[in-house]
Design a binder for this molecule. Structure first.
Ligand SMILES: Cc1cc2nc3c(=O)[nH]c(=O)nc-3n(C[C@H](O)[C@H](O)[C@H](O)COP(=O)(O)OP(=O)(O)OC[C@H]3O[C@@H](n4cnc5c(N)ncnc54)[C@H](O)[C@@H]3O)c2cc1C
Ligand SMILES: *[C@@H]1O[C@H](CO)[C@@H](O)[C@H](O)[C@H]1NC(C)=O
Ligand SMILES: *[C@@H]1O[C@H](CO)[C@@H](O)[C@H](O)[C@H]1NC(C)=O
Ligand SMILES: *[C@@H]1O[C@H](CO)[C@@H](O)[C@H](O)[C@H]1NC(C)=O
Ligand SMILES: *[C@@H]1O[C@H](CO)[C@@H](O)[C@H](O)[C@H]1NC(C)=O
Length: 527
């Protein structure tokens, strides 16, 4: 459903990305209104607080803004964000920390065509996308001791099925079955954008409506193998996708998230950074945002209004939307409410970004002769470990094209250095990098993220509604964790909240309306 999927990943290393037709040049981003300080407390009027300005929180503000725009709903929105930027786990950095270089995604990078909220937002906000579909590149799968398979891939399945070596190893049936199973999942997923979509009061209810219990209550390995996909294909190819996308192995991650890792048709990333979508969400919502402002507590009153407590201040609200993973937010809640949210471990991921003049990773590391052209995307499988071998030292290593000077829109000059991104469970040392890139490393940046939940098979989820007027967007993450799904989770939360507190909604509450059949229709945008 998102991200660096097997083929999109290769394409991410393209050096001449094409742009989508809706790329409009002279679009200038205006800064959202950044409140200078919490200063004066205005008189009491309906107010909603949102905690977190990532994909979830920024889109929550945007959805409330839609109700204000459509129905003249009178409600003020305050967003609290402890970072000094909008975007959360979606943010960019410049090579050498020099803004003359084009920025590179440090967290979430890819979303796909069926991620209709993000796609629509990029389009409507006139942001340009890099698309990955028509690019070629080499991809290898490494098991820690040997390269299992090398594919020349372009963003489509067709090319796999024309690859004789690929078919020789995996057969025709497994890739075909996998494709069918993923298609069945995405066909359900896209119903979430239809005009007659119902809001859900729990993830369990949504899971039931989508009929995904079988998918999510088993590991990816169990699910795919019980549906006719071979063990070899599951452990090598599908696992490469779950390891690059969620840093989890196919025999531990649930089947739904495994299937999402494979739903990669039509991947894109916003030129200049995906965070621009989230900044626009905030801007268009008319919300006031307090950056560098950590919420330390949420207090409940008997009339179910709420007080947000920061180090500097306390403010009262009619409703509060928590749009950050609860345990890492360190927000104190009334004990009966915090006990509703089960402990949720996150994958602690190391991201290493670097620039190098080495055109490929070191062939000797991978057991080839010096001079051999190693593919510039190396995914990994744990199947070597299952056979008693060594574990790969990284989850994925991918070239992302040349570092470019972003001097102007039309003339981006190349620098002679490639940008490389490595995901791993441990810190990657300078010595390791020097060996992998033959002492040709220019700039290195290391970032550790609590990237995504640990996603074992389950049928129980955290509550979306913690109390009257208190909602939890990130309850969605153990179901699916991605930028797009956070915008869907926030849309649902806002619909529940508006109905409960303001007798309002994002779209008309007309139960009887005709189902809109246009493929372009997106609930919440078009109503
Ligand atoms: C390396 C990496 C790669 C990824 N790749 C992809 C990808 O390619 N595609 C994709 O779709 N997804 C990807 N993801 C997952 C994606 O980033 C997340 O699912 C999504 O961005 C989560 O959005 P969110 O708004 O729910 O949470 P976050 O982005 O984490 O936002 C929560 C915000 O709340 C703030 N906050 C927390 N506590 C407080 C507090 N007490 N007070 C005030 N503010 C607070 C935080 O500072 C943060 O900004 C990736 C993630 C990582 C780390
Ligand atoms: C990057 O540069 C900015 C502005 O020059 C500076 O404030 C910041 O500390 C630098 N960051 C790093 C990681 O060096
Ligand atoms: C995007 O471009 C279209 C067509 O040029 C224009 O009508 C619209 O106002 C632009 N939107 C923004 C947000 O700039
Ligand atoms: C729900 O999924 C199961 C398999 O998991 C399938 O057998 C059943 O037919 C599906 N039901 C509907 C209504 O689609
Ligand atoms: C809620 O709003 C609808 C119109 O959208 C109105 O008909 C109804 O009376 C309202 N209900 C309450 C309780 O205000």
């Amino acid at each position: 459903m998102h991200k660096i999927a097997l083929f999109a990943l290769i394409a991410a290393s393209l050096s001449h990305a094409f742009q989508f037709p809706f790329d409009i040049k002279n679009f200038r981003l205006t800064k959202p209104h950044i409140a200078p300080s919490l200063g004066v407390v205005p008189p009491r009027s309906p107010r909603v607080a949102i905690i977190g300005a990532g994909a979830g929180g920024s889109s929550a503000a945007f959805w409330i803004g839609k109700a204000k725009e459509r129905y003249g709903l009178d409600v003020a929105i305050d967003i609290y964000e402890r970072n000094d930027y909008i975007g959360g786990r979606s943010t960019t950095v410049h090579p050498y920390n020099n803004t003359a270089y084009e920025p590179v995604e440090l967290g979430a990078s890819i979303f796909v065509r069926i991620n209709k909220n993000l796609w629509r937002a990029a389009n409507e906000f006139n942001l340009s996308l890099y698309g990955f579909e028509e690019e070629d590149g080499d991809m290898a799968i490494w098991d820690g001791e040997q390269i299992l398979h090398t594919v020349m891939a372009s963003g489509s399945w067709g090319s796999w099925l024309n690859d004789l070596k690929f078919l020789w190893r995996y057969g025709y049936r497994s890739p075909t079955r996998m494709k069918e199973l993923v298609r069945a999942m995405t066909n359900k997923f896209v119903t979430l954008y239809e005009s007659d979509v119902k809001s859900w009061s729990s993830i369990e209810e949504l899971n039931g409506a989508l009929n995904w219990t079988e998918l999510i209550s088993q590991t990816g390995a169990e699910y795919f193998q019980s549906h006719g996909v071979s063990q070899l294909f599951t452990n090598e190819i599908i696992e490469a996708a779950t390891r690059v996308n969620y840093a989890q192995d196919i025999d531990s991650i649930h089947g739904l998230e495994a299937a999402c890792s494979l739903a990669a048709d039509g991947g894109g990333t916003v030129k200049g950074g995906n965070w621009q979508i989230f900044e626009q969400f905030v801007e268009r919502s008319g919300a006031q945002i307090f950056l560098k402002t950590e919420v330390v507590g949420i207090e409940r009153h008997s009339d179910r209004t709420w007080t947000i407590v920061t180090d500097a201040e306390r403010r009262d609200y009619d409703a509060v939307v928590i749009a950050a993973p609860h345990h890492a937010s360190h927000i104190s809640l009334p004990a009966d409410l915090s006990s509703l949210i089960p402990p949720q471990p996150y994958i602690h991921l190391h991201v290493t970004l670097l620039t190098t003049t080495a055109a490929t990773p070191n062939p000797v590391y991978f057991g080839y002769k010096p001079g051999y052209k190693v593919p510039t995307t190396v995914l990994t499988s744990l199947d070597g470990v299952r056979r008693g071998g060594k574990a790969p030292e990284f989850n994925s290593l991918s070239y992302h094209g040349q570092a470019k000077f972003a001097t102007n829109e039309h003339d981006r000059s190349e620098t002679g250095e490639w940008v490389v991104k490595i995901f791993s469970m441990e810190r990657i040392s300078d010595e390791w990098l020097a060996a992998m890139f033959q002492n040709q490393v220019g700039w290195v940046l290391r970032k550790e993220w609590d990237a995504y939940p640990v996603l074992p098979p389950t049928t129980k989820f955290p509550p979306i509604k913690l109390d009257d007027g208190l909602f939890y967007v990130n309850a969605f993450e153990p179901f699916i964790s991605a930028m797009e799904t956070e915008t869907l989770a926030s849309r649902n939360v806002v619909d529940l909240l508006l109905r409960e507190k303001f007798n309002s909604s994002i779209c008309p509450l007309d139960e009887e309306k005709e189902k809109e059949s246009s493929a372009e229709f997106v609930y919440g945008w078009d109503c």
